[in-house]
Design a protein around this ligand. Sequence first.
Ligand SMILES: Cc1cc2nc3c(=O)[nH]c(=O)nc-3n(C[C@H](O)[C@H](O)[C@H](O)COP(=O)(O)OP(=O)(O)OC[C@H]3O[C@@H](n4cnc5c(N)ncnc54)[C@H](O)[C@@H]3O)c2cc1C
Length: 459
Amino acid sequence: MGRLMPRICVVGAGLAGTELSWQLFKAGFEVSLYEPRFSNVFVDKVHSTNKCAELVCSNSLRSKQLHNAAGLLKQELRLCDSLLIRLADKNSLPAGSSLAVSREDFSRDATEAILSTKIKIIKEELKDIKSVLDDYDLIVIASGPNTSKSLSDSIKKIIGEEDLYFYDAIAPIIRADSIDMDICFRASRYSNSQQAGSEGDYINSPLSKKEYYDFVELLKSGDKIPLNEGDKGIFFNACMPVEVMAEQGSDSLRHGPMRGDGLIDERTMKVPFAAVQFRQDSFFGDLYNMVGFQTRLTYPEQKRIFRTLPGLKNVEFERLGSMHRNTYINAPRVLNNDMSLKKNNRVFMAGQISGVEGYIESIAQSILVAGFIIERFLDKKNPLLNSFAGKTAITALSNYIVNADPSNFQPMKINFGIFTPLSEEEKRKFCSSKKKFDRRLAMSKRSIDLMSKYFHKNN
Ligand SMILES: Cc1cc2nc3c(=O)[nH]c(=O)nc-3n(C[C@H](O)[C@H](O)[C@H](O)COP(=O)(O)OP(=O)(O)OC[C@H]3O[C@@H](n4cnc5c(N)ncnc54)[C@H](O)[C@@H]3O)c2cc1C
């Protein structure tokens, strides 16, 4: 008698691998799960237990509130019957409006849940994808931001050296509607709007001589996150933190990312002494990233110092800058819409390595992968994956990672800026006010409405 269900190999029992293995097992697949930590072998310095779904740093799964995209994402995961969000709720600790968990109880319960199934545990590192490809119908790589060296090499052999990255150099992302456009102006370098026939793709914050040198001094004196010995190799010229450039010489930045050269403010027809450029970062133009502003300043210092820039006094940050080790792929270049690799569609990527950032994002992305695998093999069409595109937090994330600009791809946390904006009809239905808070809540109501109808119909 032939095999009944496809055999899936999941690599890594972190947040993504644990959730994914559970979801696939529940759907009836034969699942094998590779994880060296089960035999107390650690491929990184970040994990320290032999349990599933270890929370490596903070014990917070962020906001519980629905006007916050992280709150909505968790609510959607509850509707999708996420094992890990259920266990997080079960092991929650008092933390105001955030969902904090007892990390030991959370990981213990996750491990017990996995061990209570027939998932086959392989207590080893998977070093070479091709060596096991013939043993399974599909392989899902969920080996996280600290994927072992051998497996990284094996991934590179499939997707190409240039599309696997080993660290983030993240510049802050700001909300367009919080930039003061009476001070900032639109222009692309060396082409003013008349010549280009457009408004100019960038928003620019112009600095006078005094403003520039004052800003450089603030960067130099700002509090920075200390550098680990192992991270010292990550800076090279193209990705140097903005404060390190400032320390190299007071004029470095105005000859680098802050040069005013070629930027004409049409209101005055002047070229600023220096400028910070903001480049569109979301399909709908509500998010902009600060070009060349990757930084190791602490989060409070980034807010304090960057708000001194002209036109940014009241700016809202959707994501702050950071630089740290992180293995991830150039998802928009290498992934199919279903999160399998274009170069080999029997290999899927799940969790942080796929280009999302954060605990709950890694869980959510793995739920999507499970959905796509179920669709592929069991032929169950799932509107959660397709027709809700960008209207739910889960599909906003997947939309982002497969459709973002590949020339500047950086991992993403969930935020309302990557959602499909509310249509006029949806605004009438879910929100009568123009206040940002209400608009965000309306996005959540739209998502919960769509998902609840779907689950109501199917249960
Ligand atoms: C230092 C650090 C701190 C972080 N802090 C936070 C935070 O506070 N909040 C937050 O939301 N996010 C944080 N993140 C980001 C991220 O969300 C987490 O790393 C999250 O755990 C990612 O989930 P994952 O399942 O993709 O990877 P992981 O949870 O890291 O799981 C990957 C698993 O794969 C295993 N593995 C690796 N290589 C192999 C191999 N070759 N074969 C088999 N198994 C392998 C690893 O042992 C590990 O168990 C942090 C990341 C880092 C690196």
